[in-house]
Design a protein around this ligand. Structure first.
Ligand SMILES: Nc1ncnc2c1ncn2[C@@H]1O[C@H](COP(=O)(O)OP(=O)(O)OP(=O)(O)O)[C@@H](O)[C@H]1O
Length: 297
């Protein structure tokens, strides 16, 4: 089935943005369908936040164009269906989360589902306290609730869990997966690879303002088919060179595109390995591997 650009939550082509001498974003293309979550990855300064700002209508691109459900970013029609986490400094500090959320819901023209937001974002003890004096993690919970208060069909989350404790991070993952499973579209930037992998079906890796790797995570995995072998050896024994294994301080680790052949050869050569594990490569290592190879899925 071919989706038209107005069916897509995001359709962006050739986005570019320069700040003085810095080409923050150059030629970014993105498509995101409802019911999909996209993880934007990249080092500090790669251009992720600038890309989000253009998709939210907060920055005007120098070149290229984007549509949000077929509407220009920042237009009333696009904003109606879009949620995003505000920066903590944007929250007035003399009001309570209940007041902020109720006001924001009113702006979206939806009933404030305060009880659901309290449950989803752990706001029980906070909901009627003034936000002045909230910790970073407590502010972040309010900001996340604000992203979802308007019953959006698309949410932009820029490093949503920074400052959250691990229980709140886990709860956020469950909530985000539920949102996407019910047809929501989500764009997430994060430096937590496991968070991206837990929530997102697709990734776009941005480097110096350009997309250097993009696609569905399962397709990227299937294409690379890299497996990590972990094993122990008796002290003073090292694996054969052909395996390319390295010791990580605890165990020997080797990456292979053909684990069957590698294992047969280890057995044939009577390598006395123990506690063998076979695991798919973590997303971070997979991307590193693909980029080193210069592969473009
Ligand atoms: N308002 C601005 N004025 C000048 N330069 C800017 C501005 N905003 C961003 N930049 C520059 O554009 C580049 C991309 O920044 P951006 O914030 O998009 O990166 P990022 O991938 O979100 O980084 P991080 O992971 O650190 O949040 C950086 O070199 C940054 O210094």
């Amino acid at each position: 089935m071919t989706l038209h650009s107005s069916d897509l939550a995001i359709h962006a082509r050739g986005l570019a943005k320069r700040f003085g001498a810095v080409q923050a974003v150059a030629r970014i293309d993105l498509d995101l369908a409802p019911g999909e979550a996209l993880g934007l990855l990249g080092t500090n300064g790669a251009g992720k936040s600038t890309t989000l700002a253009m998709l939210m209508g907060l920055r005007v691109p120098d070149a290229g164009q984007a549509l949000v459900f077929g509407h220009p970013p920042g237009s009333p029609a696009a904003r109606r269906w879009t949620g995003a986490t505000p920066q903590a400094r944007d929250l007035p500090d003399q009001v309570t989360p209940r007041e902020i959320l109720s006001y924001a819901a009113q702006r979206y023209g939806v009933p404030p589902a305060i009880d659901r937001l309290i449950a989803d974002f752990g706001l029980g003890d906070l909901i009627d306290r003034r936000v002045a004096g909230f910790s970073g993690g407590q502010m972040r919970r309010v900001a996340l609730a604000l992203a979802f208060v308007g019953q959006p069909r698309l949410v932009f989350l820029d490093e949503p869990t920074s400052g959250l404790d691990s229980a709140a991070q886990d709860a956020f993952r469950v909530m985000a997966r539920g949102y996407v499973a019910q047809g929501g579209a989500l764009v997430l930037t994060s430096h937590h690879w496991d968070e991206i992998e837990a929530i997102c079906s697709s990734i776009a890796v941005i480097d110096r303002g350009e997309t250097v790797l993009a696609g569905r995570i399962d397709a990227i995995r299937a294409r690379a088919r890299i497996t990590r072998l972990g094993f122990d050896l008796p002290p003073d024994l090292v694996p054969p060179l052909w395996l390319g294994a390295r010791h990580d301080g605890a165990r020997w680790q080797a990456e292979t595109a053909d684990s069957d052949t590698a294992l047969r050869r280890m057995v044939a050569e009577a390598l006395p390995f123990a506690n063998l594990t076979l695991q798919p490569l973590e997303l971070k290592d997979l991307i590193h591997h693909l980029r080193q190879e210069g592969t473009r899925p």
